[in-house]
Design a binder for this molecule. Sequence first.
Ligand SMILES: [Zn+2]
Length: 129
Amino acid sequence: MRDLRNTPEWNALAELRRRGVPVETAAGLFGYSKEEVLRAFGRWAAVEKKKPKVAKDGTTMCPRCGHEAWPVRFGMWVPQPDKPAPKAVMAGCVIGPDEPDWACQNEECGYEWRVDSVSRAGHDGFRDW
Ligand SMILES: [Zn+2]
């Protein structure tokens, strides 16, 4: 099994990941399978423009498959006897810039995404006094 980290496309893939390009798209560009790319990167969060509608229990709906998706929280969950475990994915203590905000709980889907509602076009709407 080849390791994508040793390929010349690695840097290009990393850049696509940073930009939040969906993993299927990035993998397809280089003729790799989605699984192969995911294995090499560990996580791959796509970017969704739309803010998810959050349910009362803090979950949302996967934009891909409609399954329940959980928020990704940083830090560790300490079990408490009087509280049920939260519906959240614990991502540990390290926060990277490309970490997902949400993770689909459907194993076959596995979609992870972050929401980027800020326009990358700049501050055109900004007005001077
Ligand atoms: Zn899903």
